[in-house]
Design a protein around this ligand. Structure first.
Ligand SMILES: *Cc1c(COP(=O)(O)O)cnc(C)c1O
Length: 440
């Protein structure tokens, strides 16, 4: 019998899923916001937890059937608090954006002003203005003022920010909240240097650790909750190697407001299979997170130095290029970020174009910005070390600087990639990192 159109669609979906796995098995994934979870996390997220509701708090659920879910969620909160030395953890936000929205809802009202990094200065669209469809402006009605940014040092300028806050106070636009953290994030933000000053104006300080959560967990970045941040939000799947999800941390005084903002405010189902996956990842991070963070920093430094050695303009040079998992490269000498991204993809090197300081003023925009951003989280997770960083830098040089045909580099990339098929820094790694699991 001929296949029905529905059956053809069904088959097509699976063939694309399988092709994707095969592609990533032979690629060099350098998207700084991505990572690969352990097989254990993948097991948790295909469990029946994903088909259940558990609205509310363990022991106070809206529905029955939550005995084992409660056990896992209690464990999950315990592990999150231990990992980040926090008094309070809400593990229910389904993403980093929802975690940020929970903080906006809990501690500000629409119309309030928030201080945040601009996007070319590394900020994330969830901190953005209404006219850019940023979450803070569009969804919660916040007005956004940007920190002053030092593009040489690639971080927030402390003195100029202080002057700006005083200026804003005079104009009657004093921020109610200060947001630290970002998506282009090479060096720690000056939380310690600004916290007392900002708090003297009664600002709530949140630190968005979406990108650097795994480095903070490993004790290798900054420690925002000890440096003066009131609360910390994050994604659970960037340098922290969990399933896609979010997390909010704070102290007891913030507990009630945050809990209400997350449920019933921002979630009904909190994607319980992913909550279980987070719990597994927190346990793995407690056990292996320090070694992982140490290797990430070594790899990022080695990669940045290798890129600089072959001729690239790597940002943050005066400070040693990077202290995180990220590297930002200005590619305007050769092309633009959009074209470089497309060329590298043809050789299975997966990167993202990146707005860098100066782009907006020069009229460059998101599709053809001046830079690319590279992250080493995933290649570190599958066991690569400093030597491999040099090889990858040389592939990128051949394509971007020497303008060689990416199709000629592709076979080299594939064979280089062969040896790294297992997730490291986890308890169990029997299943291949990119192995496709068929259950039908
Ligand atoms: C990625 C990112 C987010 C968004 O997280 P999702 O989990 O994708 O919703 C929020 N803030 C920053 C700084 C990010 O980089």
């Amino acid at each position: 019998m001929a296949k029905s159109a529905n059956r053809k669609s069904y088959d097509k979906i699976f063939s694309n899923l399988k092709e994707h796995h095969k592609w990533f098995e032979t690629s060099i994934p350098l998207i700084a916001s991505e990572n690969i979870p352990s097989p254990a996390v993948r097991e948790a997220i295909i469990s029946d937890f994903g088909n259940r509701y558990a609205e509310g708090w363990p022991g106070e659920r809206v529905y029955a059937g939550c005995i084992y879910i409660d056990n896992v969620e209690i464990e999950c909160m315990k592990l999150a608090k231990k990992l980040y030395k926090a008094k309070f953890a809400d593990v229910r936000p389904i993403s980093g954006v929802i975690a940020n929205l929970a903080i906006y809802s809990a501690f500000t009202n629409p119309g309030d002003v928030m201080l945040a990094p601009s996007i070319p200065a590394g900020g994330h669209i969830s901190h953005g203005k209404k006219e850019h469809s940023g979450t803070a402006g569009l969804v919660h009605g916040l007005e956004i003022e940007f920190y002053s940014f030092n593009a040489e040092e690639m971080t927030i300028d402390v003195d100029k920010t202080k002057a700006k806050v005083k200026e804003l106070e005079k104009k009657g636009r004093l921020p109610k909240m200060a947001m630290f953290g970002g998506s282009l994030f090479l060096f720690p933000h000056p939380v310690k240097e600004l916290a007392d000053f900002l708090k003297s104006f009664d600002m709530h300080i949140n630190y968005d650790a979406a990108h650097v959560a795994g480095l903070i967990a490993g004790g290798k970045f900054q420690d925002p909750l000890r440096e003066g941040a009131d609360t910390m939000t994050m994604s659970t799947h960037k340098t922290l190697f969990g399933p896609q999800g979010g997390l909010v941390l704070g102290s007891k005084e913030h507990e009630e407001r945050i809990k209400k903002a997350i449920f019933p405010g921002l979630t009904s189902s909190h994607h319980i299979h992913h909550m279980a996956g987070k719990a597994i990842a927190f346990a793995e991070a407690l056990e292996f997170g320090k070694d992982y963070a140490i290797q990430i920093l070594k790899n990022a430094k080695a990669f940045a130095e290798a890129l600089s050695d072959v001729g690239f303009k790597v940002l943050g040079e005066s400070r040693g290029f990077t202290e995180s998992h990220q590297i930002a490269v200005n590619v305007l000498d050769y092309s633009d970020g959009g074209k470089v991204e497309a060329e590298l993809e043809k050789a299975n090197i997966i990167v993202n174009r990146q707005l860098i300081p100066g782009d907006i003023k020069a009229g460059r925009h998101y599709f053809h910005p001046g830079g690319i951003r590279l992250g080493v989280s995933e290649i570190t997770r599958i066991g690569m070390k400093q030597g491999e960083m040099k090889e990858i830098a040389s592939f990128i040089k051949e394509i971007v600087i020497e303008k060689k045909d990416p199709k000629k580099i592709l076979p080299k990339v594939k064979s280089f990639r062969n040896d790294y098929q297992q997730v490291q820094y986890c308890f169990d790694n029997k299943l291949g990192a990119y192995e496709y699991v068929k259950l039908r």
